[in-house]
Design a protein around this ligand. Sequence first.
Ligand SMILES: Nc1ncnc2c1ncn2[C@@H]1O[C@H](COP(=O)(O)OP(=O)(O)O)[C@@H](O)[C@H]1O
Ligand SMILES: [Mg+2]
Length: 338
Amino acid sequence: MLFPARFVDRERELEALREWCSRSRVTPLYIYGPEGSGKTRLLKEFTLRLKEYLGGDSIAVYINALEGESVENALLLSEPLQELSSIVASIVNRFAGLGLGGALATRLSSVLERIVGRARLKGNVVVVVDDVVQALGVDRVEWYVKWLHSLQWSVIENYSPKAFNVIVTTSEGVSLNRVLRHRHATMKMLWNLDWRAFRELYNHLSPPESLDYEIVWRTLGGNPGKLVELANIHNWSLGSLVHHYRERLKHIVFRVGAEGLEELLEMALEDPDSISEAGDPRMVTLESILVENNLITPMMTSLGGRPEESLELGVGRNYSWQTPMYRDVLRELLKTRG
Ligand SMILES: Nc1ncnc2c1ncn2[C@@H]1O[C@H](COP(=O)(O)OP(=O)(O)O)[C@@H](O)[C@H]1O
Ligand SMILES: [Mg+2]
């Protein structure tokens, strides 16, 4: 596996997380954002630096709900718990169909009681459950939202920690409505990196000199995951990356065609806010297709600063393309089809 690039930027987001975790909140915090916007990386950095942010008696437990087998990948503990992760596998009996991460995510009370231990639960405690929707399936999301909420109360009652908070992430647009309609959840968005931070990451990754940063920025719109993919999988060939997504997005254009929504898609490609502004009831269907396939993101309060609106990058007030590349590829597929 390639070594992850040096962590860049995200000061405001880390500060927002610190602030959120400085006292017990009534609800878990749900972080939603484009695939590859950096949710996992941000929360792992937060876990590792927790003491710096919240003081000596604070502890964080990060669980990657998607991890099937490896304890090292499924669990990250802040100091001084780090050495304890090795005993995890022995105490977690996996539920049928759930890998190690999923089992940990659904057995948080025993993780806290048996791994962290009663004494340490007196401090400031943060639990992070990453990629929960993909791991548990969308049908279990509502149950999980409610269950986390009650877990939060029972931990506070049983252990009286200084503060106890749960942070959950998802990239799955399909889960949004199910989480949002709950009063037991607060949702914040993590958007892509801005121009400056994206350039910093770009430079760390040693791009070939022949590549023009501005073109990469206009294609990827600051999405760190896509940049890492460009460097590591496509060996800096934008053509190869775009080709890959052209193949992946063909089915969207077929589906949009079958539903007779091409014209509406053209409008959304021009300006993503036309999804909320066109006044055409069929936009609801198009919106579902684009959100469920993680191509556009409904904009909501952001964990850091609000991204600047830009028609060129497909970033609107109410909706945005997750990367300009998706929009450009769909535009091209639509044209060649017609
Ligand atoms: N702030 C950052 N600095 C450096 N690399 C980052 C940053 N944010 C994300 N990355 C890298 O981009 C890739 C995708 O990030 P990840 O956190 O997995 O996205 P998400 O969880 O939102 O899908 C990873 O390789 C990650 O290390
Ligand atoms: Mg992730």
